[in-house]
Design a protein around this ligand. Structure first.
Ligand code: MSP
Length: 528
């Protein structure tokens, strides 16, 4: 892998358009946006890819049940994802729809490569199929009543048909080699172990075509077969890389951003990304992605929240009620990325009130008001270097940037947030202990200025480090500190606020003209 490359390409899954997006489907995209924004802060050129997966039986059936053509239906639902990403303040660079005509050319070129490698053959597929997963299930995986363990309200269907197969079994040892030689390829550790266990049992070839299915791309030279939706979907990651003016060839698609640095996915689609996808790429002789991370599920009453189960939470209602920053903050801070987590409105209100309204918001407001009162409204004329090295906020502040950077890189978003919150908690404790109002009364002006400076600088650092998660609030804080910075303007972000400068404690100077103090986040009242 070329470590000198300053590009970072990452993907969300391409979402099925069988139903409206829910907060569970939005979860991966929020996390991906946080990572993308963080990478842009670092000064990397970033490409965030998202999109919709529009073929296959599940979509065809759902469209039929609504009396619509699948394309018309897909257009409608795909547009809902676009508008939700806008509401959630997702700054994606590419939105790929698998019904895009360029995509068909890429998929067929890829198929031809595998064919040339001798990895595709015609065989008989017998087995239980879950249409909601678009996946064959082993008999032993099924739960009572022939139901899928993920879509517990859906019965699997028996299939016995001629399909084209991909020789996955041929790649058993190369895959084992991959997981051994690149332990970071698959994260977190628990998912890696799951896959190591899975492949121990021996890999079986899988079918990559379907008969009796119209909605999809036909198999080259055998049009009674339609390509399996997952075969087509995974390649969406490649098609997404095409520049608008490019001829749709694999060579063009892969010229700049390949290999993908990070695929973010939920744990239900781990095998496709950690086993099938690398094997398909090996067969096509293409470089493998750098990292696949499988996060957990948002659950409701302990069950995966999902469109097929119908137990979802509507993200639009939540955003309208609470704003995108609060929603993003809750899911990113409250649920360890990789673990399952429940959404609970009471807990949500508790968390955002404590962290955003009180710890951060009140702290800033109180401090700016004291600066107005005791320092004539200007940043005290000291520098970070003047502050003694054993000042408790300086001690935390000086190592926080690097620590949070490591957390973001490791996708330990909750730890990043917790680390930042520890600094603002320490600020709140410090202000009470130091009581600058008493120092002022005692005429200790220099001490007052130092106390207020270290707090203000710590709030600045906290706002900067949180900007990937709560870009609106961070922008408001930065504006009150007198920086004309909008963290949502991602185009020039690394030049205007580079991590190497803004990620370090001690930046604020007395030349900075402070803006108007305003509450940055109103406490939410808990009803009932
Ligand atoms: N179309 C496939 C992905 C193809 S990628 C080339 C698909 N789509 S999906 O819409 O069913 O799911 C998309 C993503 O949303 C998956 O990563 C899935 O794990 C995630 N989530 C769906 N429900 C979820 C929760 N309740 N909680 C967390 N993530 C969930 O699979």
């Amino acid at each position: 892998m070329d470590k000198t490359k300053n590009t970072f390409a990452l993907t969300t899954p391409l979402y099925y358009v069988n139903d409206l997006p829910h907060i569970g489907s939005a979860y991966t995209t929020m996390a991906a946006d946080v990572m993308a924004r963080f990478q842009r802060n670092l000064g990397r050129q970033v490409l965030l890819i998202t999109g919709t997966d529009e073929h296959g039986q599940k979509i065809q059936r759902t469209a039929e049940s609504k009396g619509m053509q699948p394309q018309e239906f897909s257009n409608q639902i795909s547009a809902e994802f676009v508008s939700l990403w806008k509401l959630l303040n997702i700054k994606y660079d590419r939105f790929i729809r698998t019904t895009n005509p360029n995509h068909e050319k890429i998929v067929k070129e890829f198929f031809a490569r595998l064919w040339e490698s001798g990895d595709i053959y015609l065989g008989q597929q017998k087995g239980w199929y879950c249409v909601s997963c678009e996946e064959f299930k082993e008999e032993r995986e099924l739960i009572e009543g022939n139901r899928c363990p993920i879509h517990t309200n859906k019965e699997v269907e028996w299939r016995d048909e001629e399909n084209y197969f991909f020789k996955l079994s041929k790649y058993q040892s190369r895959l084992e080699e991959l997981y051994q030689s690149r332990p970071d390829f698959l994260q977190p550790e628990s998912r890696r172990n799951e896959i190591l266990n899975f492949i121990k049992g021996g890999l079986q070839d899988f079918s990559i075509s379907r008969v009796n299915l119209e909605w999809g791309f036909s198999v080259p030279n055998d049009p009674k077969h339609t390509l399996y939706v997952w075969f087509d979907a995974l390649l969406g990651y490649a098609t997404a890389l095409l520049e608008p003016e490019d001829e749709p060839t694999l060579e063009n698609a892969l010229a700049k951003w390949w290999p993908i640095n990070l695929h973010l996915i939920g744990k239900d689609i781990l095998r496709f990304h950690a086993v099938s996808w690398p094997a398909l790429l090996m067969s096509a002789n293409l470089a493998l992605p750098e990292r696949v991370f499988g996060h957990g599920f948002l659950t409701k009453d302990g069950q995966k929240m999902g469109k097929s189960l119908g137990n979802t939470i509507d993200p639009i209602a939540l955003i309208e009620k609470y704003g995108s920053d609060a929603i993003r903050y809750y899911f990113i801070k409250e649920i360890g990325f990789g673990k399952d987590g429940d959404f609970n409105e009471g807990r949500f209100i508790e968390v955002v009130n404590a962290d955003l309204a009180k710890n951060l918001g009140n702290l800033l407001n109180r401090n700016l008001n004291m600066i107005k009162k005791y320092c004539g409204g200007s940043v005290p004329s000291i520098t970070g270097e003047d502050v003694p090295d054993d000042n408790p906020l300086k001690v935390i502040g000086l190592q926080l940037g690097e620590q949070v950077k490591a957390n973001y890189e490791a996708l330990a978003f909750n730890q990043a947030c917790e680390g930042i919150m520890r600094l603002s908690q320490a600020c709140n404790k410090y202000v009470d202990e130091q009581a600058p109002w008493s120092l002022y009364k005692q005429g200790q002006q220099q001490e007052v200025e130092q106390v207020l400076y270290v707090i203000l600088e710590s709030v600045r650092l906290a706002a900067y480090l949180l900007s990937p998660v709560i870009p609106n609030i961070s922008s408001d804080i930065y504006q009150q500190l007198g920086f004309g910075i909008d963290f949502n303007n991602q185009i020039d972000i690394a030049n205007s606020v580079p991590f190497a400068v803004h990620g370090k404690w001690g930046l604020l100077s007395s030349e900075q003209k402070l803006g108007k103090a305003q509450p940055i986040f109103q406490s939410i009242e808990l009803k009932n």
